[in-house]
Design a protein around this ligand. Sequence first.
Ligand SMILES: Cc1cc2nc3c(=O)[nH]c(=O)nc-3n(C[C@H](O)[C@H](O)[C@H](O)COP(=O)(O)OP(=O)(O)OC[C@H]3O[C@@H](n4cnc5c(N)ncnc54)[C@H](O)[C@@H]3O)c2cc1C
Length: 455
Amino acid sequence: MSASCLINSPNGYMPASERIPAIARPFISDGAKRTLDVVEEFVEEECIPADPIFEQQLGEGARKRFSADPPVMEDLKAKAKQLGLWNLFLPKSHAEGPGFSNLEYGLMAEYLGRAALQARQPTVPPLTLKSRWLTPLLNGEIRSAFLMTEPDVASSDATNIGLQMHKDGNDWVLNGQKWWSSGTGNIRCKIYLVMGKSDPLNSNKYKQHSVILVPANTPGLTVTRVLSVIGFDHAPEGHGQVTFDNVRVPAQNMILGEGRGFEVVQGRLGPGRIHHAMRSIGGAERALEWFLSRINDPAKKSFGRQLAEHGIMLERVAQSRMEIDSPRLVVLNAAVMIDELGGKRALKEIAEAKVQTASALLNVVDRAIQAYGAAGVSQDTPLASLWAHARTMRIVDGPDEVHILQLGRNESKRGDTLQTRIEAQKAKAAQVFRGYNLKQSDNLELNRTTAKANL
Ligand SMILES: Cc1cc2nc3c(=O)[nH]c(=O)nc-3n(C[C@H](O)[C@H](O)[C@H](O)COP(=O)(O)OP(=O)(O)OC[C@H]3O[C@@H](n4cnc5c(N)ncnc54)[C@H](O)[C@@H]3O)c2cc1C
């Protein structure tokens, strides 16, 4: 091991397992600690150094940017399998998985989020898939895409989703358009989970939608283009715009059942959001490292001092440290809640984690970019690409506002009870006053007459 990649404390190398936040430590098995250290080493020694090679290989095969994975990615997959770092996210209930809790995997996801190659990877493949698709998916031979968002409606309110699904004999026929379908640019992406409106007249708007499996090569289905993310194309996966022109799929491809689209979507997002959130923490840590490296670079003095000697930079460092450390605990708490109570009982914690980590990542990357000056917005640091990714995190899986509104609405529901409690406490106070034979008064009451006040 070349220690140089793993220096992560003033004293050199301190393994990830020894840096687990104190609050999480009692919940982490020895096996998970060992794997965490292997993940860290793999990311630092193999994945991060591979990031520029990945970009170059994509560049060399420009016309194939949206075809298959470049060789370096295939090599990394093979190494990850050799090291046992494969499908680490699979829940305990899944026989083929390593059996880590969400909390344990969350800690690993932080390290994965440090490498660009890993940060954008899909997190939880839909485990509801039939084995025909799930097995090659878990082997990394194919990948899936989730198609919900549409160009013609405000998709953050999923009840607006309008892709038409109508039943014809034993088939469903799909017509409409999707966009931001992550992964559809890659030829390995063989199966799409598509949300559409199957029962538009249902009086319950949460039962109008279904999710159905559509093989990528189904006639009538076209990936018309990929969308850029602040100028980056996110090859080789890409975010496709997809048209459906009388796309016919067998009825047995329906997931969970007709009208259960919202259940499918919600089941998928809980743990996935935790993984994204921890990857964001990892990205923010990496940005902070670049930031620290730049402000301590003796060759780059401004106005006679290194940047680290300018107070404003140290304040930004401290702000960044706090903005990373606080939401990390919020995410880990959400992971424990999911482990103990399930995703549905952890919606508040998941929303808190999602919103706070996205902002933390964006803020820290932005400060790091500023410290680099023009280099920060160029291809010479990972920061520009990280910033573009970070900016999307406030939108993907539902924009901040939707989560904040939901959080606020749920919190506000306690208002009636709290008002009753506060009134009860006031009444009790009055009772206690009477018990002491005291007349309740206000110590700041002046009772000045106008005449005295005018003296
Ligand atoms: C990089 C990337 C990858 C993505 N991958 C996928 C994918 O794989 N599959 C997929 O289906 N989708 C994907 N998306 C789409 C993403 O999930 C949607 O963009 C997101 O849900 C918002 O929907 P919208 O773009 O239609 O915005 P709209 O719903 O039109 O919202 C626009 C803006 O309105 C505001 N807003 C919305 N609701 C409220 C509210 N209640 N209160 C106040 N303000 C509000 C917010 O500021 C919001 O950003 C991806 C997006 C990006 C950027």
